[in-house]
Design a protein around this ligand. Sequence first.
Ligand code: ADE
Ligand code: ZN
Length: 328
Amino acid sequence: MPKAELHVHVEGTLEPEMMLKLAKRNSIGLKYNSVEEIEAAYNFSDLQDFLDVYYEGLKVLIREEDFYDLTMAYLEKAHSQNVLHTEVFFDPQAHLRRGIEFKTFFDGIWGAMKDAEKKLGITAKPIMCFLRDLDEGSAIKTFKEALVHKKEIIAVGLDSAELGNPPSKFQEVFADAIKEGFLTVAHAGEEGPPSYIWEAIRLLHVSRIDHGVHAVDDPELVEYLARTQIPLTMCPLSNLKLKVVESLKDHPLKTLMDYGVVVTVNSDDPAYFGGYVNENYLAISKALELTKGEIIQLAKNSFNASFMPPQEKENFVSKIDEYVKSKG
Ligand code: ADE
Ligand code: ZN
């Protein structure tokens, strides 16, 4: 089925094979010597436990071509799963703090996006995330560096360790971003409470919530999300791997859909969580016994919740109708 992906971290698409290859190419010492050793480390107890491994892994990304290769490999994989459009997070501070220049990683990521569009027809837009466990001063400094790439970067977001780092910490930099014409999104309600989702909406004026699992704990918030149609970009396999839910059968995706909330299915950090977007659709459909109609709705939501212009959204949604018709 044709679909868009709206929640994927490019650094989270670093497959063990590529981690080893880039470590060798850049003479970086890794804790691991084989794909098996790397995969054995992928047993996470929570978000922080995962982030420690994720920040360790991305240290192999040094040169522009590393970022290019990483991004191109993800876009090829997404294309092979019939993803027609993708909005991709990147974490500037995770690279700047290692002494990598903004231009180095951004040119690699953006270069692959442009080439993939030419070669494969997939469209991709970058979303720059601020690391919420760092202070707002660091986010503001990073934001200023990003302004030369304002034309290419579609939105700013907020990720990394959620608990203890509420959206209210980043009001100033998000206000600056809106003034400069960026859209805004934020991870909220992954491990954090519904109040973080309210803050993202009211203080950061986000167009989408990333994850939003804990929205389901607050009936007033569910009603608000349904009424305003602010979408949630959900990532079922991520939530399972990071123990946000005990079992996929406990995932609130279907309950939220039943209340009229716009939810989408995404992969988050597919190299770490055991699947790309199709594996996420399959796993959640099976666990929650989603109907064909609900799966079609999820795919349509993915285009409607994207940051594409309205006419393009319509064209993409009609491709789903054509696909469904062709399958009978
Ligand atoms: N950075 C990469 N993946 C993330 C996630 N699932 N939550 C917060 N920050 C992240
Ligand atoms: Zn994420």
